[in-house]
Design a protein around this ligand. Sequence first.
Ligand SMILES: O=c1ccn([C@@H]2O[C@H](COP(=O)(O)O)[C@@H](O)[C@H]2O)c(=O)[nH]1
Length: 248
Amino acid sequence: MNPLILDNAAGVTASPVLVALDFATADAALAFATRLDPAECRLKVGKELFTAAGPQLVEQLAARGFQVFLDLKFHDIPNTVAQACKMAADLGVWMVNVHASGGRRMMSAAADALAHCSQPPLLIAVTVLTSMEAADLAEIGITVSPHEQVLRLAQLTRDSGLDGVVCSAQEASELKSLLGQDFKLVTPGIRLADSAADDQRRVMTPVAALEAGADYLVIGRPITRAEDPLGVLSDINADIRAWQQARG
Ligand SMILES: O=c1ccn([C@@H]2O[C@H](COP(=O)(O)O)[C@@H](O)[C@H]2O)c(=O)[nH]1
């Protein structure tokens, strides 16, 4: 364990990296997780893995000491989303999310439901997917820029009582100034200087994202598909520590 990236008080990692465990089977995900140390990262379970492996896998990862972000992006009527969030809390996840475009009543219902849980996870909302650019929004009738739409949905999310948003790091600096330091910014679309963007459109490197104000970095393929995933994670954490030390 590297003491520099441990939050000693809480006994959990202080690394902002959330590794996206986008695998097709529980076996593949667990084999990968076995190589990881909960002191070096948190884990994200999304739709592919959850659909394949279900709640049991989430509990297994939590039992191995990982803080788990359950990234199912709930989007439904308020009652359904509120109940789904409660189920996620019962699984012991650290963070859960909904889609901000579900609106204020849906988000408030989710926040209210979690407020009654004994150990509520952080509740955040997806603003505009990091895979989307202006042309994608235009096709679904949203004529403002992704940036403007993110700001609008992030403000609505904060006003609905949630803990933060999923956004691209490209919006982080403005969101921090607008919504305050405590409002959490979770940023996928993280790419290393030499990695392919894949289907992502609004991307940034890990240190640039932190510099812009991101609190958590969601990183999937640049780590999971690397020839040496542990080496890549370790290099990212080393860059982050160097950046943290440089700013004092
Ligand atoms: O706006 C969003 C919301 C969620 N994601 C998820 O993050 C990871 C990113 O994986 P990469 O391989 O690093 O692209 C993936 O699980 C997405 O479902 C996102 O990318 N953008």
